[in-house]
Design a binder for this molecule. Structure first.
Ligand code: NDP
Length: 485
């Protein structure tokens, strides 16, 4: 961890402290050339292209996901972790009414849940503006004269500070951490309602301030995709970064901690399976924090707007659905999921290997991008793994002025980090076994989402890089698994 001041680096286009730039890389600036869908008015998207099934697809997704989340929770509580199903001879309306009643009963958004959830959010905001960290430069923003926004990155300090705070609150019994699993339903509803509420605030506030970007004029679609590209509060809190890193992964990690404490209190020990979740969620959360400065140049930060998709998924989707596996474990007797020691060892090794590829692959590409922009920051955040930074990387210098990395993991397969991520999340299903479908929601959702994302990104890159993308595909013919597919 480092303790740098929160004083802004000099000038918006200045280079970041501590940058090291390998020879021959500076000067190419991929994002500057990214004028996709950009007509003369950046506020209007009249490309006629719609993602996620357009108005109908996005509209359905916005209704479907909250309902699915309540439905799965009812299954977890009342149907022994199975999906609630229509009983023989039961009318559909009766079934829907019954499930809705059960959801109301088990997931009522209590005052305590509102206070804890928003107290947590506020506390994170406080840590964001007070704790030390490092400054990173975002990608150039074409419609704002290629300005590069400064991002203050202190998630790693916030994470460990929050762990200490939660430990004190638990030890003093002011707020036992186990409430996260005992009252999960209430937190679920608060997360869902908050996600919807903040989406409305974010959207209409952007319209009110005239800060909208790439709008199609179809309200449902624009609401889902978002209105504003870089929402900030008084230029200090970058809302996209704040919501993407701190809320989902911190909450997810604390749900696993709560499950481990709950198991320890009831059984006197923590099962290897719950320990597995704890490790996996710590690895993922810690990765987002220790490499926070690398997130600022990713696709979400550069391209996606702050709409329902990001907001709802960060406030509710990720933290409150990705945890169904650990909820299943803590709600069942360990005899239901006891695997031979060899299987447990295999899964732990599998997780660590997948994590290694995920971490180093993301790191290699994002550091490569920062090196070419002269904004690489060398950090000591734990753990720094071998092969995170490529020395003398090979790359294609593209006709649009950009570059495409052809060494490291990106030289072996074009989306190997998606595969590694999928392996990590699949291991969370495997460790729970096959008795309940709920832990499998995550790997199933993820594979659909990531395949779609791979297709979206490939389509975007093909348009952006043209013949150079074809050359990249020729040099690196594999997409997900080197030498296989
Ligand atoms: P990537 O990190 O793959 O970023 C895609 C961008 O990288 C492209 O648009 C392009 O942007 C650039 N790029 C592609 N190929 C090359 C190359 N050869 N050399 C240099 N740059 C290249 O995408 P994501 O942001 O989707 O994923 C990041 C991580 O986040 C992944 O590990 C993913 O699994 C994870 N993730 C996890 C989610 C979850 O819910 N758990 C959700 C979404 C993602 P440009 O050229 O413009 O720089």
């Amino acid at each position: 961890m480092e303790t740098k001041s929160r004083k802004k680096p000099h000038g918006e286009n200045g280079s970041t402290n501590g940058s090291t730039v390998p020879k021959g890389l500076v000067g190419s600036d991929t994002a500057t050339k990214d004028n996709l869908k950009m007509g003369s008015d950046h506020k209007v998207d009249n490309s006629g292209e719609f993602e996620f099934g357009g108005v109908w697809g996005t509209g359905l997704a916005m209704v479907f996901f909250p309902l699915l989340m309540w439905y799965m929770w009812v299954g977890q509580v009342y149907y022994d972790s199975q999906f609630p199903m229509l009983e023989k001879g039961e009318a559909i309306a009766d079934f829907v009414g019954k499930v809705a009643n059960l959801a109301y009963e088990s997931a009522y958004p209590t005052k305590k849940a509102w206070l804890v959830y928003w107290g947590f959010l506020t506390y994170q905001g406080l840590l964001y503006v007070t704790l030390p960290g490092v400054w990173a430069k975002g990608n150039p923003i074409p419609h704002r004269d290629n300005v590069r926004l400064d991002y203050f990155c202190n998630a790693v300090w916030s994470f460990y500070f929050t762990i200490a705070t939660v430990a004190i609150l638990h030890a003093t019994q002011i707020l036992p951490i186990t409430c996260l699993v005992d009252e999960f339903g209430s937190f679920l509803s608060v997360g869902i309602l908050s996600g919807i509420l903040v989406s409305f605030i974010g959207y209409f506030s952007a319209i009110y301030r005239g800060a909208q970007h790439r709008m199609t004029g179809r309200f449902v679609y624009d609401f889902f995709m978002g209105a504003e590209l870089n929402p900030r509060i008084i230029d200090i809190i970058d809302l996209k970064m704040f919501f993407e890193i701190r809320l989902p992964w911190f909450i997810l990690f604390f749900v696993s901690c709560a499950a481990a404490v709950k198991q320890y209190e009831t059984l006197g020990y923590v099962t290897p399976q719950v320990g597995f979740f704890l490790l996996a969620h710590w690895l993922y959360t810690n990765a987002c924090c220790k490499g926070e400065e690398l997130v600022v140049t990713t696709w979400d930060m550069t391209h996606e707007k702050w709409g329902y998709m990001l907001i709802f998924w960060n406030m509710a989707g990720v933290p409150l659905t990705y945890c169904h596996g650990v909820l299943y474990l803590v709600r069942h007797n360990p005899s239901v999921y006891q695997w031979p020691i060899g299987a447990n060892v295999f899964l732990y090794v599998f997780l660590l290997c997948a994590y290694y590829v995920f971490d180093t692959c993301n790191s290699q590409k994002n550091r490569f991008r920062q090196m070419e922009q002269g904004t690489l920051i060398v950090r000591k955040t734990f753990p720094q793994l071998p092969w995170q930074t490529l020395k003398n990387p090979t790359f294609i210098r593209c006709k649009n002025g950009g570059t495409l990395l052809t060494s490291g993991w990106y030289g072996l397969a074009r989306k190997v980090h998606y595969t590694a991520d999928f392996c990590q999340l699949t291991s969370l299903g495997l460790v729970c076994g096959f008795a309940s479908p709920l832990p499998w929601f995550l790997p199933t959702f993820f594979i659909i989402m990531i395949l779609h994302r791979a297709w979206r990104d490939t389509d975007r890159c093909a348009k952006k890089y043209g013949a150079d993308w074809e050359e990249y595909k020729r040099q690196v013919p594999y997409l997900f698994i080197p030498y296989v597919i």
